[in-house]
Design a protein around this ligand. Sequence first.
Ligand code: APR
Length: 321
Amino acid sequence: MARKKIALIGGGQIGGVLTQLIAQRQLGDVVLFDIVEDLPQGKALDIAEASRVDGFDISVKGTNSYKDIEGADLVIVTAGLPRKPGMSRDDLLTTNAQIMKSVAENVKNYAPNSIAIIISNPLDAMVTLFQKVTGISHHKVIGQAGVLDSSRFATFIAWELGVSVKDINAMVLGGHGDTMVPLVRYANVNGIPAMELLERKYGDKTKAVEVMKAMVERTKMAGGEVVKLLKTGSAFYSPASSAIAMAESIIYDEKRVLPVCAYLQGEFGINGYYVGVPAVLGENGIENILELTLDQEEQAALDNSVNAVRSLVADMVRLGF
Ligand code: APR
């Protein structure tokens, strides 16, 4: 079986970590593209020179020429500016939309049959724009946000309950912004509702609700918390790992159920927008969207989040994209 060709558009912080993770897992041959001269070549060389130590023999090539991504099976896009302290993801809209447009035009040219995972922010708008410009089917253009937001939520629950994070299932729906919707009612520890364990821990329902609320808020602001500490950019290890989970499910046709930014056509009562929902990821990209019952409060929170996505996309259209 031929090796997969994976094109990474953007050779910055996330692009570098993605390259290393793909190499170490031998997921496919990597082409790392960036507009900055020598940067992707330097990172590719550095990572390739660890091949003997890490024991991988896939090829890692850095480039400033889009021609090199020709025929890629999978494209992961991180091109664009990251946030600085005090910025919201939406503040990146104008700059990153310009970048995304040029990226999409080139992917349309050189890798129109690829499946694409978009990471650049503001995520929901960037996925929408990429799909619109490339014309690649909606189920093959997927945004990474929910896997990371959910992992952040799960991490906080694990820390709070003093149990292994491996046993936490927690999911975040909605847009990748401050309105995202961590699903408290479905969060569980190996099937045991997280709220039940919190109530037992504190012996008091009000306190348990308060503690959960704090974790929900921290999840929503988790990206900003990292930005504030790093000062010069945004999170990059965890977004890279999250995209790798999606890439593996696609490349190995695992059919994992992951919360991803998917194009909705009536699911959850939403039509014509990219929003974070649980989906089955396999060799065809998004193979199914799994709907679940939301109570009134959860549905209202999701609707609110969708409204934020809607106005972000409207802003982008108003800007001429
Ligand atoms: N084409 C390709 N690459 C570009 C372009 C372009 N037109 N414009 C900028 N880039 C490259 C930059 O040169 C840089 O190397 O995109 C890279 C972005 O890398 P970083 O600035 O290190 O940002 P990173 O932390 O990797 O985040 C990338 O993902 O999570 C989001 O908000 C984050 O939008 C940001 C993106």
